[in-house]
Design a protein around this ligand. Structure first.
Ligand code: 17E
Ligand code: FE2
Length: 420
């Protein structure tokens, strides 16, 4: 480094490493890159931040959200049954009157909320079924408009099924040509089991033809006979696409009998596919047709993680027909996973933090751009927390968000004035 000042110097932060270790370091940032990470860095900076006793972490990764429907809760009506399927019907009504500007404005507002809370990588689904590609067009434009501060991947997601409407198969192919990053699907909601199997094959075909990643809403139902995950596994093994493939939700895996689950787990380990669980949403959507005992309706997160599979966590929804709450905070998601998946051991709590950071980066195939390491793009966050456990337990404030080498957002942690 010359005697020129750095752009940003973080002083004495507690750096979270991918392995469960915390080191006290200074971090120097210049021209959008991390240029030094060391116990003590000489020199000055345009902006020096004293982050002693605070946690320096790579940013949160939101690996699964639907930005096209975000912030529409209650429109045109509330989801009374609380089910996935009523949510799809409400969205089908809402999407009749989608406009480009309306989708863009809600998506950008949601992305800003996420970024302010430390999320700098997002994978969003865009519904490409029905009558138009408005949602997709809007999110592709948003991807471009936010690219200086947010990495956004867009999935072509046929909410009504690739074979659930006359035009849907051609719409998803058109979406590939328009430049989506990922091809999606929803085999458990295709009209027949055979259509479901066919849809998975078609998705793999499109991914190969257009050289795209795959992320399928798979078996998001409490039906223990919903078994499209095995079809995804078979295609991933045969096409050798494992790390480029993601199975989202897979909630039926929580209902499979153990003998079948055991066999399936062996197949899955051969695939190296990624999993995304959405515990906030599936703990509320699933189990709705049960009386008691009532199932949790979340996939086998702990067991997949224990078997060495890559599992990340998504928020899935922010104020939409499926889930009316949410602010986009990934620590809410990690906290819910700790509870619902019973990951309360210390290494399990830490794993839940990793599922909203490193594991998400792996799911998105962005590991080469991700991490607080010299030479990488300067994307990092500073949390008002001691470690992973403390961050999740207190849903710690993200005090600084640095994106591409610039301070993007700053939040003051709450201060209690004791008046006793
Ligand atoms: N669509 C779907 O099929 N599943 C979901 N969880 C959401 C939308 C939010
Ligand atoms: Fe979803």
């Amino acid at each position: 480094m010359s005697d020129q000042p750095y752009d940003i110097l973080l002083r004495q932060g507690r750096l979270l490493c991918a392995v469960d270790r915390v080191e006290q370091v200074d971090v120097a940032i210049h021209n959008g890159k991390i240029v030094a990470v060391a116990p003590s860095i000489e020199g000055t900076a345009v902006l020096e931040l004293d982050v002693a006793n605070q946690l320096v972490s790579p940013p949160f990764v939101e690996s699964h959200i639907h930005l096209d429907s975000a912030m529409t809760a209650g429109n045109p009506r509330w989801n009374q049954s609380g089910t996935l399927f009523e949510g799809i019907e409400i969205w089908r009504e809402y999407k009749q009157s989608l406009s480009l500007d309306n989708v863009k404005q809600r998506a950008i507002a949601t992305l800003k909320q996420q970024a302010a809370q430390g999320v700098l990588f997002v994978r969003s689904h865009a519904d490409v079924s029905g009558s138009s590609l408005t949602a997709l067009q809007a999110l592709l434009e948003v991807r471009e408009e936010v690219k200086d501060w947010m990495t956004l991947q867009v999935v072509a997601f046929p909410q009504d099924g690739i074979y659930g409407g006359a035009k849907n198969e051609s719409l998803i192919e058109e979406a590939m040509k328009m430049g989506t990053d990922v091809v999606g699907g929803i085999p458990h909601y295709e009209l027949t089991r055979e259509d479901g199997v066919r849809s998975v094959h078609r998705i793999f075909e499109l991914a190969e033809q257009y050289d795209r990643l795959i992320d399928i809403h798979c078996d998001e139902i409490d039906d223990d006979q919903s078994r499209f995950l095995e079809v995804v596994a078979a295609c991933a093994i045969r096409q050798e696409m494992g790390s480029r493939v993601t199975a989202s939700h897979t909630t039926a895996f929580g209902s499979y009998n153990n003998a079948y689950a055991f066999k399936l787990m062996g197949f899955l380990q051969r695939t190296q596919i990624n999993f995304i669980a959405n515990p906030l949403i599936n703990i509320t959507l699933q189990g709705r047709t049960d009386t008691y005992p009532k199932r949790r309706g979340v996939t086998r997160v702990k067991e997949l993680w224990q078997q060495g599979m890559n599992v990340s966590l998504g928020h899935d929804c922010v104020q939409d027909p499926w889930y009316s709450l949410g602010t986009g905070n990934m620590l809410d998601v990690a906290s819910m996973a700790v509870h619902v998946c019973q990951m309360t051991g210390m290494s399990e709590v830490e794993a839940c933090y990793n599922m909203v950071t490193w594991h998400g980066a792996k799911t998105l195939n962005v590991e080469d751009q991700y991490g607080v390491e010299v030479g990488k793009p300067a994307n990092l966050i500073v949390l008002d927390a001691d470690d992973r456990y403390d961050a999740i337990r207190r849903r710690a404030t993200v005090q600084y968000v640095i994106s591409n080498g610039k301070l993007l957002a700053q939040t003051q942690p709450p201060q209690i004035q004791w008046k006793g």
